[in-house]
Design a protein around this ligand. Structure first.
Ligand code: FMN
Length: 292
């Protein structure tokens, strides 16, 4: 992600059938809907050519909607697992960032640290993690729970989760892998450390089973709107999606995040806050209106 002052950051959020729920039914949309990997590849390559910072894949670990009848009329009934999809897109692109969503409510830190480290390695340092705590009740029922964690509980777990993931990413020091064929030594053991973590929600010995990544730590992304959500975002995220579409609320959000971040010893410049837009592209204003 570019952090140059005065430079705007632009991300493309790729949905499997367009942003509008009925977009897959548009005559120009059908070929792109669903799991069509050529469509994802095309969008990622166009975004890269247009010098966007990253592509972003949202996720829910359940069917994306409660009402089956309504779902049958959208293309949201199926979607790729984001890390798998972005591993593919890493091979089809050269420099654009690759941000995958993964929930801290229905994962374990070791799995997540390992998967994002793998994406960062195989993409040459382009991985980002959108840290979510899950919002859809059905996700809980896919992971042995009758109901979702309570709001505060899920953010408490998320804070601890991210801390453990970061410790795992740091468990391999820079320069640990030496691949010294003369002395038959692949890595230096003193540079690879257990983390011996024991907390309220997690107990992880470490170290990670993959070396320090090109970025050291993949970029952390968050979009909390509640007090506990904003606290997590302000504490850990480099990129924050602003959930507001009116300027007054957006300004307050910006102010709250940056103030809380400074309480965590972070600089204002270390965080980029990105509001969402839905552009309709045409050669002329009229062409864009007609398309819509
Ligand atoms: C642009 C954007 C993308 C988001 N993507 C996801 C997602 O992929 N999966 C998910 O479970 N939540 C997603 N969320 C929800 C947020 O993580 C968060 O739960 C929501 O903004 C409500 O805030 P709160 O959790 O602090 O109450 C997204 C929110 C925004 C604004």
């Amino acid at each position: 992600m570019s952090k140059r002052a005065g430079h705007m950051n632009l991300l493309a959020m790729i949905n499997n059938g367009g942003h509008h729920l009925a977009a897959w039914q548009h005559p120009k949309g059908q070929a792109g809907a669903g799991l069509n990997i050529q469509n994802y590849t095309h969008i990622a390559q166009v975004a890269e050519k247009g010098l966007l910072d990253a592509v972003f894949i949202a996720d829910v670990v359940a069917l994306w909607g409660q009402d089956l009848e309504a779902l049958t009329r959208t293309s949201r009934g199926e979607h790729y697992e984001p890390l798998t999809l972005l591993s593919y897109l890493a091979g089809a692109t050269q420099h654009i960032g690759l941000i995958a969503t993964a929930t801290t409510s229905y994962n374990e830190p070791y799995h997540i640290a390992r998967k994002f480290a793998s994406l960062d390695h195989l993409s040459g340092g382009r991985a980002g993690w959108n840290v979510v705590t899950s919002v859809v009740g059905a996700e809980a029922r896919n992971f042995g729970r009758d109901a979702h964690y309570l709001h505060n509980e899920r953010y408490e777990r998320a804070e601890e989760f991210v801390d453990v993931v970061r410790k795992l990413w740091q468990s391999w020091e820079e320069g640990a892998v030496i691949k010294d064929t003369k002395n038959s030594q692949y890595f230096i053991p003193e540079k690879v450390k257990n983390i011996h973590y024991k907390g309220k929600h997690f107990s992880v010995e470490g170290p990670l089973n993959i070396s320090r990544t090109p970025q050291g730590e993949p970029v952390l992304v968050q979009a909390g709107a509640s007090e506990s959500g904003k606290r997590l975002a302000a504490r850990i995220a480099e990129v924050i999606f602003s959930p507001h579409d009116d300027i007054k609320a957006a300004k307050k959000y910006y102010h709250d995040i940056k103030t809380t971040a400074s309480q965590f010893g972070r600089t204002k410049e270390s965080i980029r806050i990105l509001p969402g837009i839905t552009p309709v592209v045409g050669k002329t204003r009229q062409e864009a209106r007609d398309f819509f």
